[in-house]
Design a protein around this ligand. Structure first.
Ligand code: ARG
Length: 471
C-alpha cells in the first residue's frame, strides 16, 4: 500500500514537471551536494544578484522585481552567515536551496532562473570562489614570506653547510637557505596569480549548453560580478559548450596547491633534518611540537611532518580532478558535481599549512654553536681550493683531480685538509703558492662569491630587501 502511494506521489523538484514520481530517498542521499557546496552560498548569491540586475537592465524583469530579488537574496545571505539558514539535502544543492528559500519570500524569484541553468550557475560560482580563494592564499603567502624574511635577516651571519645528496657540499648561510625557500614560495604567489587570471572569465549566460533565445547581455552580468580585465572591460567565455564543460581552472588551482604543498614538504623535511639530534641546527617552538606518550624525552616535529604528509593529499586531489574529467563527453555530466570536495579540501589544507608554517617561522631558533661546528668542516671548501688552483693556471679538471688527491691524503693521514704541510700540497699541485691556506676562510668564501644568486652577504641583504619590496 505504502509503495503505491509513494509511487503516485508526484515529484516536487524544480525540474519535476515531466516526472510522475519523486526520486527515491536513496537517490536524494546519493545525489545531494549541499552538504559540501553550501560553502558556495556567498558566490551563488553574488551570481544571482548580478543575473537579476542584468535581467532588469535588458528589460526581461522589472526594476521592482529585481529589487525584491536582490533584497531577498541579501536577507538569505545574512541568515546563512548567522548560521540560521536551514539547508535541506532533499533540495540537492546550494543553488536549489537558495532559490527555493527565496521563492517562499519573493514571488518574483520564479523569474530569477530565466536564461540560466545550474550548469552555467555552478561554473560561475566556482570561478568566483577561485578568485576569492586565490586572493586569500596570496595574502597568506605574502605573510609567510614576510616572516621568513625576518628569520633570514635575524640569522644573516649564521653559516651552515649546504647539502647535495644530503652530504656536506659547500658553505651557505641560514639566510641563503631561507631565501631559496622564498624563491619557491614566490613562484607560488605568481602561480596563484595565474590561476586568478584564468578564473576571471564569466561563463554566465551560457545556459545549460547552448545559451538562450532571450535577449540577455552577458557583459553586463560579467561586470556586476567583477569579471573585468585590467582595462575594465568585461571578460566572458567564448563558447557556451566549453563554458559548462570546462574544469581547467579547477586543475590549475589544485596544481598550484599541490605544487605549493610540495614546497612545504621540502621545507618541512629541511627543518625536520635540522631539528634532529644529529644535526641540532634548530630548536622548534613547543607550541608546534608534540611529546611522546611513551618516551618522556621526545619532542617531535609533528607540525612539519604533517605538512610533509598533507602534500600527498593535495597531490591526490589534483589527481582526482583530472581523473574525474578525463573521458567525459561534452558538455555537463553529473560526474562534475564531484569536482568540489577535492578543490575545497586543497584550499582548506593549503590555508592551514600556510598558517602553521607562518606561525612556526616566527619562533624557529637557530643553534649558532651547532651550525658553526658543522660549517667549520674544511672539506666544505675543497671546491674553493680547486678554484684557487685554477687561478694559478691549472685547468679545472686537473685541479679537481689534485684536490681529490689532497682529500684522500687528508683522509689517510687523519690530518685536516687545511693543516697538511705545504710540501705535501706543492707535491700534488706545483702551481700552488704559500698562501694556499687562505682558501679555508668562510668570510673569504662568501666575499668571493659575487655573482647574482650567490651567498655573498651583501647580495643576500639586497635580496632580502628586494623580496620585501616585491611583497
Ligand atoms: N550540483 C550540481 C553540480 O555541482 C549543479 C549543476 C547541476 N546540473 C544538472 N544538470 N543537474 O554539478
Amino acid at each position: 500500500m505504502k509503495k503505491t502511494s509513494q509511487k503516485s506521489k508526484k515529484s516536487q523538484a524544480t525540474w519535476g514537471g515531466r516526472f510522475s514520481q519523486a526520486p527515491s530517498e536513496l537517490m536524494l542521499k546519493f545525489g545531494e551536494s549541499v552538504s559540501f557546496d553550501s560553502a558556495l552560498a556567498q558566490f551563488d548569491i553574488q551570481g544571482s544578484t548580478a543575473h537579476a540586475k542584468m535581467l532588469a537592465d535588458v528589460g526581461i524583469i522589472s526594476k521592482k522585481e529585481c529589487a525584491d530579488i536582490v533584497a531577498g537574496l541579501q536577507k538569505i545571505l545574512k541568515k546563512i552567515e548567522a548560521g540560521e539558514f536551514e539547508w535541506n539535502e532533499a533540495l540537492e544543492d546550494v543553488h536549489m536551496n537558495i532559490e527555493q528559500a527565496l521563492t517562499k519570500e519573493v514571488p518574483a524569484a520564479a523569474k530569477l532562473h530565466t536564461a540560466r541553468s545550474r550548469n552555467d550557475q555552478v561554473a560561475t560560482d566556482m570561478r568566483l570562489f577561485f578568485k576569492s580563494a586565490t586572493v586569500e592564499i596570496i595574502l597568506k603567502l605574502k605573510n609567510l614570506l614576510s616572516n621568513l624574511l625576518d628569520l633570514a635577516e635575524k640569522n644573516i651571519n649564521v653559516y651552515i653547510p649546504g647539502y647535495t645528496h644530503l652530504q656536506r657540499a659547500q658553505p651557505v648561510s641560514v639566510a641563503h637557505h631561507i631565501l631559496a625557500w622564498c624563491e619557491m614560495l614566490y613562484r607560488d604567489v605568481e602561480r596563484f596569480q595565474f590561476v586568478y587570471d584564468g578564473a576571471n572569465v564569466s561563463p554566465l549566460g551560457s545556459g545549460a549548453i547552448a545559451g538562450t533565445t532571450l535577449p540577455i547581455d552577458r557583459a553586463i552580468s560579467a561586470r556586476y560580478m567583477g569579471f573585468v580585465d585590467e582595462t575594465d572591460t568585461p571578460v566572458v567565455t567564448g563558447n557556451s559548450m566549453d563554458a559548462v564543460a570546462d574544469r581547467d581552472v579547477f586543475f590549475e588551482f589544485a596544481f598550484a596547491c599541490a605544487t605549493m604543498a610540495v614546497h612545504f614538504s621540502r621545507i618541512a623535511e629541511d627543518v625536520i633534518i635540522w631539528n634532529s639530534s644529529e644535526f641540532g641546527f634548530v630548536r622548534l617552538p613547543d607550541t608546534f611540537t608534540t611529546g611522546s606518550s611513551l618516551m618522556p624525552q621526545k619532542k617531535n616535529p609533528d607540525s612539519f611532518e604533517l605538512m610533509r604528509g598533507k602534500s600527498a593529499r593535495m597531490i591526490g586531489n589534483l589527481n582526482t580532478l583530472m581523473l574525474l574529467v578525463k573521458g567525459l563527453p561534452l558538455t555537463y555530466n553529473r560526474d562534475l558535481q564531484e569536482d568540489k570536495p577535492p578543490v575545497f579540501d586543497s584550499f582548506k589544507q593549503a590555508c592551514m599549512c600556510l598558517d602553521v608554517l607562518s606561525a612556526c617561522s616566527v619562533d624557529i631558533e637557530f643553534n649558532k654553536q651547532k651550525c658553526a661546528e658543522a660549517v667549520s668542516d674544511p672539506l666544505l671548501l675543497a671546491t674553493d681550493l680547486a678554484d684557487y688552483f685554477v687561478m694559478q693556471g691549472v685547468p679545472f679538471r686537473n685541479a679537481h683531480h689534485m684536490v681529490g688527491a689532497i682529500v684522500a691524503l687528508s683522509e689517510k693521514t687523519g690530518v685536516p685538509i687545511n693543516e697538511l704541510a705545504d710540501e705535501e700540497i706543492f707535491a700534488i699541485c706545483p702551481n700552488a703558492k704559500k698562501d694556499w691556506r687562505s682558501v679555508f676562510n668562510l668570510e673569504r668564501a662568501f666575499e668571493m662569491r659575487k655573482g647574482i644568486g650567490m651567498p655573498n652577504l651583501k647580495l643576500i641583504a639586497k635580496q632580502i630587501e628586494n623580496f620585501r619590496d616585491l611583497i
